[in-house]
Design a protein around this ligand. Structure first.
Ligand SMILES: Nc1ncnc2c1ncn2[C@@H]1O[C@H](COP(=O)(O)OP(=O)(O)OP(=O)(O)O)[C@@H](O)[C@H]1O
Ligand SMILES: [Mg+2]
Length: 317
């Protein structure tokens, strides 16, 4: 790896939380898809479709892996990530667990370029996110490089973050038209397919404020997918939902996980969901990985006391 000699530029919020058909570095997924099981019938926020219908609308091309190399992130004197190293394989689905403040959201925000890293290098596929290669040296990425890299990564947030002044259809078409340069007709056609997939075909003219939390989150998931990301980040996407709306959103994400080969990084406190959706779980504490392994091992036979304490606290809550 070339040496780095310059701090990256200030972070710029991604134009929208989604992104596009990246070229070049994509490697075909080699991760095993889990046998995700259905979590029971949704009550009150039902969508049509299911796995088969979902598959028809999802990107099936190769996804890049992710690598953090000695990543340091500080907020003032608070060192949130301490020389963090980890790798996510192409198409792998990894869940991050750990106590509040352990740095989980910060990791996702660094990948979205919503936060700037202080030290280290983040790779998406064969490309560095915050740096670019100049004559064999890694230098701070310019805006053009960041723009290209952002196209590969989409995120769904706890609080949905839909554009409140736009109807549902426009929430899905705005990014593809403005950021990806897709024609309006194509963006509308794709948006309608995705709305159908998430069971909200009849809501395209509604404004977000007129939708339930579960419906808003399904629009947010569709909006992220409309940008055709290769990497999908999920940050506690059901924790702001009323309990009866959680299952519908989780079912949708299980279908997406099973039927696409997106590389996924998921933060959740819902351990059943984590078990269903992920190939691997990373347990964090104070910005470092305490333990990692397949979900059955981490949830069934954790080796570290810190993990056992954390899981006990989550189960008790
Ligand atoms: N913009 C910010 N400015 C200052 N400190 C921040 C900022 N964002 C995060 N932090 C700090 O970084 C640390 C990690 O925060 P982060 O949100 O990544 O934790 P988390 O693991 O996602 O926690 P939770 O489970 O509560 O969501 C915390 O100490 C937090 O206070
Ligand atoms: Mg968080």
């Amino acid at each position: 790896m070339p040496p780095t000699d310059t701090a990256p530029e200030d972070p710029k919020p991604a134009e929208t939380e989604g992104v596009s058909t990246a070229k070049g570095d994509a490697t075909k997924s080699d991760a095993t898809k889990s046998d995700a099981t259905k979590g029971g019938a949704p009550t009150g926020d039902v969508r049509k479709g299911g796995a088969a219908e979902t598959a028809a609308h999802l990107p099936q091309s190769g996804a890049p892996g992710i690598r953090f190399e000695k990543v340091v992130k500080r907020f003032g004197s608070n060192v949130v990530l301490r020389e963090l190293d980890f790798t996510v394989r192409p198409g792998e689905r990894v869940t991050l667990i750990g106590p509040s403040g352990s740095g989980k959201t910060t990791i996702l925000r660094l990948l979205m370029t919503l936060e700037k890293l202080n030290e280290g290098v983040i790779w998406i596929g064969d490309n560095t996110l915050w740096h670019m290669d100049k004559g064999g040296k890694l230098v701070a990425a310019n805006e053009k490089h960041l723009h290209e890299m952002r196209k590969q990564v989409g995120m769904v947030f706890q609080q949905f973050n839909l554009f409140p002044n736009m109807n549902v259809l426009r929430n899905l078409t705005e990014g593809p038209v403005r950021v990806l340069g897709v024609s309006k007709d194509e963006a509308v056609a794709r948006a309608r397919e995705l709305l159908d997939m998430v069971g909200l075909a009849d809501k395209e003219n509604a404004h977000p404020s007129r939708l339930s939390g579960g419906q808003q989150q399904r629009v947010a998931i569709a909006r992220a997918l409309a940008m055709q990301p290769k990497v999908l980040l999920l940050d506690e996407v059901t924790s702001a939902l009323d309990p009866e709306l959680v299952v519908g959103v989780q079912d949708l994400l299980r279908d997406i996980a099973r039927e696409s080969d997106l590389t996924m990084l998921c933060v959740t406190h819902e351990m059943h969901f984590a078990r269903d959706i992920s190939n691997r779980v990373l347990m964090f504490d104070q910005g470092q990985i305490v333990e990692e392994g397949p979900p059955d091992q981490i949830f069934g036979e954790p080796t570290e006391q810190r993990t056992r304490d954390f899981l006990q606290a989550v189960l008790a809550s």
